[in-house]
Design a protein around this ligand. Structure first.
Ligand SMILES: C[S@@+](CC[C@H](N)C(=O)[O-])C[C@H]1O[C@@H](n2cnc3c(N)ncnc32)[C@H](O)[C@@H]1O
Length: 199
C-alpha cells in the first residue's frame, strides 16, 4: 500500500468530488470530445468531471485505492473513464497522442519530475493542450496542502524548463484560497499554466 493509498482509504474524498477550478476554467481550450490524459489523477474528481463534459479520459495514478474510488465516482455519475494504476517512473508517451494532458497537484521529486513532464508533453499531438497546477515554494508558509520538501515544489520558471515544447498562453504564480475537500483548504500559493504543444 502506497502513502497515497493510505491517505485515500475511507469513504471521504480527500480533495473533494468537484473538479479543480483551474482545470474547469481551462478545459474549454480542449477540442470537443477530445482524448484527455490525466496524470496523478488520485480519486477521480477531475477525470470524472471531464468525462461528464464529453471528453474521453484516461486517468493514471500510482494509487489503486484512489483509482478504485475514481471508478466508483464515475459509475455514480453515469460516465466512464479509463484507469491505469502505475508508478509514473514507468510512464512513457502513449503511441496514440492525446488532445490534452492534465497535471493537477502532481508533485514529483527532481529527476522523475522532468522525465514525467517530458513524457506528458510528448503524449500530446501538435496543438494539444497542457493544463497544469502545482504549489510553489511559498506554499511552505501555508497549511493548505502540498509537499513539505522544497525540491518538490514548482515555479513558473521550472515548468517552462520542463515543458520546452509547450507554448504557454498563461503560466503564472498566484495566491488564492483553496476549497478542495479536507485536503486543500485555505490560503495557498500556486503556479498554474495552460498552453499548447508547438507543431
Ligand atoms: C495531491 S494528489 C492529487 C490528486 C489529483 N490530481 C487531485 O488534484 O485531486 C497527488 C497524486 O499523485 C499521485 N502520485 C504521486 N507520485 C506518483 C508516482 N510516482 N506515480 C504515480 N502517481 C503518483 C498520488 O498517488 C496522488 O494521487
Amino acid at each position: 500500500m502506497t502513502r497515497w493509498d493510505e491517505r485515500f482509504t475511507g469513504e471521504a474524498f480527500l480533495f473533494g468530488t468537484e473538479p479543480n477550478r483551474w482545470l474547469a476554467r481551462q478545459a474549454p481550450r480542449i477540442v470537443s470530445g477530445g482524448r484527455v490524459l490525466s496524470l496523478g489523477e488520485g480519486e477521480g474528481r477531475n477525470a470524472v468531471w471531464l468525462a461528464g463534459q464529453g471528453f474521453r479520459v484516461e486517468a493514471v495514478d500510482g494509487s489503486a485505492v484512489g483509482l478504485e474510488k475514481a471508478r466508483r465516482l464515475a459509475d455514480a455519475r453515469g460516465v466512464s473513464i479509463g484507469t491505469t494504476v502505475m508508478d509514473l517512473a514507468a510512464f512513457r508517451p502513449a503511441p496514440e497522442p492525446f488532445d490534452a494532458v492534465v497535471l493537477v497537484f502532481l508533485h514529483l521529486p527532481p529527476g522523475l519530475r522532468e522525465a514525467v513532464h517530458r513524457a506528458a508533453e510528448a503524449s500530446l499531438r501538435p496543438g494539444g493542450v497542457a493544463i497544469v497546477e502545482g504549489f510553489t515554494p511559498a506554499q511552505l508558509a501555508f497549511t493548505s496542502g502540498g509537499p513539505k520538501q522544497p525540491d518538490m515544489l514548482y515555479t513558473a520558471e521550472l515548468l517552462r524548463g520542463d515543458f520546452p515544447g509547450i507554448s504557454w498562453d498563461v503560466l503564472e504564480e498566484s495566491r488564492l484560497e483553496l476549497d478542495e475537500g479536507p485536503g486543500h483548504q485555505g490560503p495557498a500559493s500556486v503556479v498554474r499554466g495552460a498552453g499548447r504543444r508547438t507543431p
